[in-house]
Design a protein around this ligand. Structure first.
Ligand SMILES: Cc1cc2nc3c(=O)[nH]c(=O)nc-3n(C[C@H](O)[C@H](O)[C@H](O)COP(=O)(O)OP(=O)(O)OC[C@H]3O[C@@H](n4cnc5c(N)ncnc54)[C@H](O)[C@@H]3O)c2cc1C
Ligand code: FES
Length: 278
């Protein structure tokens, strides 16, 4: 099956996650490769017929029944019309595209997942992948920051995993204490400050980071101060994408094309590329 040929998918469920963010479950044919064969960190191209096409990260775990979970923020000319769609509506998608998180490198290692805002979408996919084979990995820590308590996505899932002892969880909001009473342990600090209280073994830890580009330089330097080597820091870079298959050049970062060589890169790959992290 060719991943660049669009297939149709029916919206089977829409779950509001925050004021402007919803979790969409799409149903394709059982066994469809777009649903069954992807790595956390990869993305697909989602199109709303007659409106346009956008890249969206996988948010769930691969399925055989053809269902796909996507977390969408409603901000523009494709994603706002999507807000008025309903279960039963048809969309199109093609994928998977890009390079995801290198799961085989993570065997036997501790993982620190660092998500800012909507960056939780691909990192939830990574977390579900790790949890599906929990015994393969050491300690899993999730550091997650959002602008306020209402914007923390998948909070119930994360708190339940913390309660079960499957993950260690640190939460931050950067604006207000409104709603914080319902979020145990959440602090009003910027995301990089969550690293202050983290102890890692740099020789057996990988960090997987996805969030607004503005925090990347701060996160990377904090991780480097903790002696984590650049090849153990993996970042998902979001760049303007059009074709998704390496033809248009819109997503260039130095010598790389994000849609083909990324969006997940190690810091070692990005060393010396001006503007790569910004
Ligand atoms: C690899 C990759 C993975 C992505 N994964 C997801 C995902 O899981 N969920 C999701 O909702 N989006 C994701 N995006 C972003 C998504 O593709 C954009 O939100 C989308 O392109 C916006 O499309 P639009 O046509 O609705 O908005 P547009 O009409 O293109 O933009 C409307 C306005 O929003 C601004 N804008 C565009 N993108 C963003 C952004 N990401 N953040 C803030 N402002 C923005 C524009 O500058 C413009 O002012 C991903 C992008 C990439 C490249
Ligand atoms: S989106 Fe066209 S080359 Fe990457």
């Amino acid at each position: 099956m060719n991943s660049s040929i669009p297939v149709s998918a029916v919206i089977s469920a829409i779950r509001p996650l925050a004021q402007d963010v919803s979790l969409y479950t799409l149903q394709t044919e059982p066994g469809n490769l777009a649903a069954s064969s992807f790595l956390a960190g990869q993305f697909l191209e989602l199109s709303l017929p007659g409106v346009g096409e956008i890249p969206v990260s996988y948010c769930g775990y691969p399925t055989k029944d053809g269902s796909i979970e996507l977390c969408i923020r409603h901000i523009g000319h494709v994603t706002i019309p999507l807000k008025t769609s309903a279960a039963g509506n048809v969309v199109a998608l093609r994928g998977p595209f890009g390079v995801g998180f290198p799961m085989s490198a993570y065997n036997g290692q501790d993982l620190v997942l660092i998500a800012g805002g909507l960056g939780m979408a691909p990192l939830r996919s990574l977390l579900l992948t790790l949890l599906a084979r929990r015994k393969r990995y050491g300690k899993i820590t999730v550091l997650y920051g959002a602008r306020d308590a209402e914007s923390l996505l998948f909070l119930d899932e994360l708190l339940e995993l913390q309660r079960q002892g499957a993950i260690a969880l640190s939460l931050a909001v950067d604006r207000t204490d409104h709603g914080l009473a319902n979020v145990p342990g959440c602090r009003i600090v910027l995301l990089p400050e969550l690293l202050d209280q983290l102890a890692i073994d740099p020789g057996r830890t990988f960090a997987a980071v996805c969030g607004p580009p503005v925090v990347y330089p701060y996160l990377v330097s904090a991780l480097q101060v903790m002696a984590l080597p650049d090849d153990r820091i993996h970042l998902s870079l979001e760049r303007r994408m059009k074709c998704g298959v390496g033809r248009c050049g819109h997503c260039a970062v130095g010598r790389y094309l994000c849609c083909v060589d990324g969006p997940v890169f190690s810091c070692a790959q990005l060393a010396g590329i001006e503007g790569a992290l910004g």
